[in-house]
Design a protein. Structure first.
Length: 213
């Protein structure tokens, strides 16, 4: 039909995959680090066990989803923050699947069949927040108030574990991976102002409120 894109040939598909691999490869180390922090947190709060998922598996699932959804990335959201946001979404999805599996295994075979779950792959779950074109990243780049090692240590303390999940992710993305507040907010589907508020509260909780230039 007129106006529809021409299907890719196998050679073009292979070229696309190679180009995608070249784009994401520089970010694999950071993705593995973020995945490890996410799984340690999930295990600490009891969402997952050591046997449920590895950091490598989480990154692998993230990259598979990234390839499939690569055309959904907002034009103004860079690849790196998009991958971080996608990693957290995939972690949420897998943790929910694991919780449903545990619940199902604990139910008697004679119990009524539960209703079908609302699956995580629906369109609304995977929609992305489009950053405001008027937002300048340099206006909301957080100052390096602490080293990444200090921030990770703070997040691993009791008060860090107690932070709301979104606030913890914002601290990790801006403090450890040095994303701007606007980039982290877009990755986590939040308005920048809301992300800034959550970050201020989180840093007060951690005992070292982060100042922004």
């Amino acid at each position: 039909m007129p106006g529809q894109p021409r299907p890719h040939t196998p050679q073009e598909e292979a070229q696309d995959k190679e180009a995608f691999r070249a784009q994401v490869e520089p970010h694999l180390g950071e993705l593995l680090s973020a995945a490890a922090h996410e799984l340690e947190y999930r295990q600490a709060i009891g969402d997952l066990t050591l046997d449920d998922l590895t950091a490598e598996e989480l990154v692998g699932e993230t990259l598979a989803r990234a390839w499939r959804d690569r055309r959904r990335r907002p034009p103004l959201l860079g690849l790196r923050p998009w991958l971080f946001g996608l990693l957290f979404r995939v972690a949420d999805s897998l943790a929910r699947q694991e919780a449903r599996r545990r619940d199902a295994s604990a139910v008697s075979l004679e119990a009524p069949v539960p209703p079908e779950p609302v699956y995580d792959d629906d369109e609304s779950f995977w929609e992305w927040h489009q950053p405001d074109e008027s937002t300048r990243w340099e206006d909301v780049i957080p100052a390096a108030a602490a080293t990444p090692e200090q921030i990770v240590a703070a997040l691993e303390r009791e008060e860090g574990r107690a932070l709301p999940r979104t606030a913890r992710r914002l601290v990790l993305l801006t403090g450890v991976h040095r994303l701007s507040v606007a980039e982290a907010a877009s990755a986590l589907h939040l308005p920048a102002a809301e992300a800034a508020r959550l970050l201020d509260e989180a840093h007060r909780t951690l005992g070292g409120r982060q100042k922004r230039a």
